[in-house]
Design a protein around this ligand. Structure first.
Ligand SMILES: *Cc1c(COP(=O)(O)O)cnc(C)c1O
Length: 400
């Protein structure tokens, strides 16, 4: 990947240190390495271009490594969690509870009680949650701060994953929101705003801006049904990163211009509210690599297989089994100079043909002992992989 500097001898450099030295320091492979300066640089490039009234939140789901979340918490305006486990990670950072929000379609009563006691904003996703929170407020005496997660009638086209529009398990259908707002008032909960999230991993700026405009317009419409003032409008994110050959980086300037315009509008409509975008992979995905060591080089009927000590049990997404319809290769490399190349298939140690890290790629001729690198691995890596599958060791994560 052109974004990662290499020494003349082919070694990748992270945080001024050659990759093999990081690995020696770690003591073993496989591991994920995350570059903290790339993460903060990504946040700041957005921050410096966006109107300061627009707040950037990090969705912990993308990468919940505690050290990484502590780092990013110092640079973003808020954290979004989707479980009590993620809530705990967020509470252990420097982020004030006031700037943490909690979403998710199946919150348990215990999670709602924890979130209420923590004082975070709860994005309610059903009528049931209102009833539970009403009881929790009465029994604990703590107020519940809530926002309504709205399932709009429209979706975010060309998204890797659609998370709104039509029938969905997320949020409350927009047409039911007026009666939900009444219940919030009757239950004595503190209503603060709306949360909309229409889709993920999108590389088309115009589709993202279109969805953000529609989300904002819907929130403005629904605000008329609330007796309490709107303090926050979270219009989601969906900013994608290029993973596969032929994909172009997102034209983020188009989105920034649009957000700045929306923010002007929001100042007129809701002068006391904040406009929030919540981003996961866009902030961390390109800052991480997954490194494994080649154990074996086998030739089977003329085809070369490199067998590594890492695989789908650590990096399900790179194996093509995390939501991809057609399997494609992540960008990969060998940590040594490009002398003679050959076409190889790189697999992991699991006894399943699904354990594929790169299929028929051109790589420098590699030997057992060489390091194999998968780029674009800072999001949806370790935490979204089946690490128990086949009983191999877990993967280490290092923030450099
Ligand atoms: C998953 C998720 C995100 C982050 O998605 P990315 O594709 O990583 O940006 C943000 N908000 C919500 C509600 C999510 O569920």
């Amino acid at each position: 990947m052109k974004d990662w500097p290499r020494r003349e001898d082919g070694e990748f450099i992270l945080a001024d240190i050659p990759l093999s030295r990081h690995i020696t320091r770690a003591g073993k492979t496989p591991c994920y390495l995350y570059d903290r300066s790339k993460i903060s640089a990504r946040v700041h490039s957005l921050r410096s271009a966006l109107n300061e009234r627009i707040h950037i939140h990090y969705a912990i789901k993308a990468n919940p490594m505690p050290a990484l979340v502590c780092h990013i918490a110092q640079h973003v305006d808020g954290l979004d969690v989707a479980s009590a486990g993620e809530l705990q990670v967020a509470m252990n950072t420097s982020m004030p509870a006031a700037n943490i929000s909690f979403a998710g379609p199946g919150k348990t009563e215990a999670e709602l009680r924890q979130a209420t006691a923590a004082g975070v904003l709860i994005n309610v996703e059903s009528f049931r949650e209102i009833r539970l929170l009403s009881g929790i407020c009465q029994s604990t005496g703590y107020p519940s701060r809530v926002a309504v997660r709205v399932n709009p009638a429209f979706d975010l086209r060309a998204s890797g994953m659609k998370m709104g529009g039509g029938p969905k398990q997320f949020g409350v259908d927009s047409e039911q929101v007026p009666s939900l707002l009444k219940e919030i008032d009757n239950a004595g909960l503190v209503f603060e705003g709306f949360h909309l999230f229409t889709g993920s991993q999108n590389l088309k700026a115009e589709l993202i801006t279109d969805s953000q405009n529609k989300c904002y317009a819907l929130a403005r419409e629904l605000a008329d049904f609330s007796s309490q003032p709107v303090k926050s409008i979270n219009i989601g994110g969906g900013f994608g990163i290029p993973y596969f050959k032929g994909e172009q980086p997102l034209d983020v300037n188009t989105i920034i211009d649009n957000l700045n315009q929306l923010s002007e509008q929001q100042q007129l409509d809701f002068p006391d509210a904040e406009l929030i975008v919540e981003l996961g992979r866009y902030l961390v995905g390109e800052a991480g690599i997954y490194v494994s060591r080649i154990l074996d080089r086998k030739v089977s009927r003329g085809h070369v297989f490199l067998v590594t000590d890492g695989g789908m049990h650590h990096h399900l997404a790179a194996s093509g089994n995390f939501g991809q319809v057609v399997r494609k290769n992540y960008p990969v490399a060998i940590n040594k100079p490009s002398a003679q190349h050959e076409t190889v298939t790189v697999v992991g140690p699991l006894c399943t043909p699904l354990d594929l890290l790169a299929d028929r790629v051109e790589l420098p001729q590699a030997e057992p002992g060489d390091l194999f690198v998968v780029f674009q691995s800072g999001a949806y890596g370790r935490s979204s992989s089946p690490r128990e599958f086949l009983g191999h060791p877990d993967v280490m994560e290092i923030l450099v």
